[in-house]
Design a protein around this ligand. Structure first.
Ligand code: ASP
Length: 431
């Protein structure tokens, strides 16, 4: 069966997403009508059915994250068999993540300066309820990366601590030689088992995606976009430019691979990210797509994907860049060149500190605003459209992780080009 055939899981997921959108918008419009039907639709269908099933699906994805990252990363480090290689991959990955984020925010600032969203926007009252969270000091962030208790780190799903623990565990396993071999075998088998679990949850994805998208559109509607259309459109434009131009060029000219195949094979992961608005919850699908569909070796992907979901947020940085210019326009506060450079630096750092869960990007925006002396209450202006933008930027976030992963894997010769070119490689079939 080819990818174009009617029964691939990806096709079903795409169909579920579109159907969810149509049904959700339909329910949202019906909500405006009088009579009992609107209340019924809202409480039984949207909150009850869509809310429950959607949440079950997201929770099932989250259930996989900790075991998958731990097992897969330990296997990855062991298969590298060399601590120097790990250091090299680490440096390349972090450098590329920072570079792509800085590129993303620069694109956002250039477009936002050209289109000047928010000029002539009227500030109305009621916007000052927003309470900013102060960013933690850098020393605290660094100390916080070390898991004082690895089980607590796992229980809390603290991704950076889990990554640090898994790497140290994997290195120690390599250094243990023969004595560690039974544990290596155990982890190799566990890896297969966890990947099967990912397959099972993905099999249920069409229903989960339908409910998540249905609920979002039924609750949000599309009319929330109207008053903030300028801001919304510039964010979407910047996301699109970065997605196609930056990632497209990275894949075509640096990794020397076909961007068309890359984007096509990442479709399922993008839809998961779009539906859940969480890079973290999407890790199992991103990892699966990158390894089984694109052909990246586990030794690279197991490290770059969870790390990317935690520290690499290009889409989030784009939103923060456009939002900063928008808020400065609304409040009539001009920004100078130093401010723009400050925004690039702060938004890049803020994206590292942004956890891959829904809505955190908006909270971190307050850090960027504080840095350039803009009123933090401005965040409240854009909250209304943030859910929809969160979905879009999360899809960009995880695609950025995958693009950098391909570049690093190609440079490390940990890439299977035959798998990349094979249209059915790693495809989950239903029938
Ligand atoms: N939802 C985003 C993610 O998980 C983070 C954010 O921008 O709020 O990637």
């Amino acid at each position: 069966m080819t990818e174009g055939s009617a029964f691939t899981l990806t096709r079903r997921i795409i169909f579920a997403m579109l159907a969810g959108g149509v049904v959700g918008i339909g329910i949202n419009m019906a909500n405006g009508d009088v009579g009992g039907i609107a209340g019924f639709l809202q409480s039984v269908i949207v909150e009850g059915l869509f809310g429950t099933v959607g949440q079950i699906f997201v929770t099932a994805l989250k259930m996989l994250v900790v075991p998958l990252v731990f097992v897969s990363l330990v296997c990855g480090v062991v298969s590298l068999g060399d601590v120097h290689a790990l250091g090299r991959i680490g440096v390349k990955t972090v450098a590329l993540y920072l570079l792509t984020t800085a590129m993303a925010i620069t694109i956002a600032l250039v477009l936002a300066s050209i289109f000047a969203p928010g000029e002539g926007f009227q500030i109305t009252s009621g916007y000052s309820d927003f309470q900013p969270t102060p960013p933690p000091p850098l020393s605290k962030v660094l100390i916080g990366m070390i898991p004082g208790n690895p089980f607590a780190a796992m229980a809390q799903g603290n991704m950076l601590q889990l990554i640090v623990f898994s790497i140290i565990f994997g290195i120690s396993l390599t250094l243990s030689g023969d004595a560690g071999q039974p544990v290596v075998n155990l982890f190799t088998s566990l890896n297969e088992v966890v990947m099967k679990m990912v397959g099972i949850v993905m099999w249920l994805a069409p229903i989960g995606v339908f409910c998540l998208i249905g609920k979002t559109f039924a609750t949000q509607g599309i009319e929330v976009i109207a008053p903030l259309f300028g801001y919304f459109a510039v964010v979407v434009l910047a996301l699109g430019v970065h997605f196609f131009c930056s990632y497209g060029s990275l894949i075509a000219f640096v990794a020397r691979l076909s961007p068309l195949i890359f984007f096509q094979k990442m479709r399922a992961a993008m839809i998961f990210a779009f539906s859940t608005a969480s890079s973290n919850a999407t890790i199992p699908v991103t990892l699966r797509s990158v390894e089984k569909r694109l052909g990246v070796d586990n030794s690279v992907a197991a490290f770059t994907v969870p790390l990317g979901a935690t520290i690499n947020m290009d889409g989030t940085a784009i939103m923060q860049g456009v939002a900063t210019v928008f808020i400065s326009n609304v409040y009539g506060i001009g920004l100078g060149m130093t401010d723009y450079l400050m925004i690039i630096a702060t938004a890049t750092l803020a994206s590292i500190g942004t956890a891959g869960v829904p809505g955190v990007g908006l909270v971190m925006l307050s850090m960027v605003l504080l840095q350039v002396g803009l009123p933090v209450e401005g965040v409240a202006l854009i909250i209304g459209v943030d859910r929809l933008l969160d979905m879009l930027r999360t899809a960009v976030n995880i695609t950025g992780d995958a693009a950098v992963t391909c570049v690093v894997a190609k440079s490390e010769k940990a890439f299977d080009e035959t798998c990349f070119k094979d249209p059915v490689a790693g495809l989950l079939q239903i029938d």
